[in-house]
Design a protein around this ligand. Structure first.
Ligand SMILES: [Zn+2]
Length: 369
């Protein structure tokens, strides 16, 4: 799978989203030679306005008490969620209420945030790399290969889709790709473990553990012929290319508020049950990045954009993000969260039709080979 299998949005993609999201901009990251695409979706690069934002974390101290023991099955709860959305975004009360009424998951208290900004930065990078790696190539509706995420003190424990678990580890571990001329995976990431639970850690950042949901073994990858594995180095023994890649992630010109990017992408990784709804109908969806500062989720059938937005907002996804940047509903089929840090696009008609099942089978076979 390519880190940058870029393509163009399908003709039936929402027009306003295409206009807003998909202009042309030089990538700040080296683009590798494109590999054969599965041909499911194609996207192009983005123009992202640079606007300075400040992260306000005061709202994070509100653990969502208003939701304890309640469901959205009555209009009173919908009104409460609508008010929360209105108070924490620039949406009107009418738009907030429209979203709230579409919520079809339990409004649980927000998942705990990573307490340390360095841990958030690591988790965000993991989510970013997994989105770029898997794109439209998932199994069993696991958008980033993750089924469950359990906050555990300073770290995060990930439970992976069994059939994708080895691919997840492979995509995350850093290696120098000679044909690409750069680093793939998460620079600085190192691995320890017993073959069933791996601890992925990066010096100066944090750690994440990874295991299969069925607790089966996960083999460490064997580098491809044109790759040099870097994950076997000592944690503080970073290659020059890894250092450059880390600088790219931290100081990317396209990212005007790295703290918000880290927070939202970390939250995405911590909410797989919600995020995976985009991939539920077909078993796969599409995810990708335009640059270091965004992550796009694109799908067709099933959950509406507004329903997924409502679920994310009800679970604290934009808590602490400045109101003006929190949510923009570009249309009924396109939403920008955190000033386009997370972009949700839903096509107005099914992209796959009768071919959906055979595409899922094709993806499944590719993981078995
Ligand atoms: Zn569909």
């Amino acid at each position: 799978m390519s880190v940058a299998r870029l393509a163009s949005i399908s003709p039936d993609a929402d027009v306003s989203c295409v206009q807003r999201c998909c202009g042309s901009v030089p990538r700040s990251h080296p683009v590798p030679a494109s590999e054969p695409s599965s041909g499911l979706l194609r996207v192009s690069a983005v123009v992202k306005p640079v606007v300075r934002r400040t992260l306000h974390l005061s709202f994070l101290s509100s653990p969502g008490d208003m939701w304890k023991g309640r469901s959205m099955s009555n209009s009173g709860n919908a009104k409460r969620l609508a008010k929360k959305i209105r108070d924490n975004t620039s949406l009107t009360l009418a738009a907030s209420f429209r979203l709230a009424r579409q919520l079809n998951v339990r409004p649980e208290p927000p998942t705990v945030d990573a307490p340390d900004p360095r841990q958030r930065r690591l988790e965000a990078h993991l989510a970013h790399v997994l989105a770029a790696s898997f794109q439209d190539h998932q199994l069993n509706g696991s958008l980033l290969g993750v089924r469950k995420a359990v906050p555990n003190g300073q770290r995060l424990d990930l439970l992976l889709e069994p059939a994708m678990a080895e691919a997840v580890i492979y995509e995350l571990l850093p290696r120098f790709d000679r044909s690409y001329g750069g680093i793939r995976g998460v620079p600085g990431l190192r691995v320890t473990g017993d073959g069933r639970r791996w601890t992925l850690h990066a010096i100066g950042l944090g750690k994440v553990t990874a295991a299969r949901t069925d607790h089966g073994p996960i083999r460490l990858p064997i580098p491809r012929d044109d790759e040099v594995a870097l994950w076997g180095r000592l944690p503080d023994d970073l290659s020059r290319d890894e250092r450059h890649e880390i600088e790219w992630w931290v100081d990317a010109k396209s990212v005007d508020a790295p703290d918000i990017r880290d927070l939202l992408m970390s939250r995405l990784l911590r909410r797989p049950e919600l995020v995976n709804k985009a991939a539920e109908p077909h078993g796969f969806a599409n995810c990708y990045n335009h640059h270091a500062g965004d992550l796009v989720i694109e799908w067709c059938c099933g959950e509406t954009v507004e329903a997924l937005c409502a679920a994310l907002l009800a679970h604290g996804f934009i808590d602490g993000v400045p109101r003006a940047d929190a949510v923009e509903l570009v249309s009924r089929n396109s939403a920008l969260l955190g000033d386009a840090t997370i972009i949700l696009n839903r096509h107005t008609s099914c992209l796959y039709g009768d071919n959906a099942q055979s595409i899922a089978e094709h993806i499944k076979k590719s993981y078995e080979s």
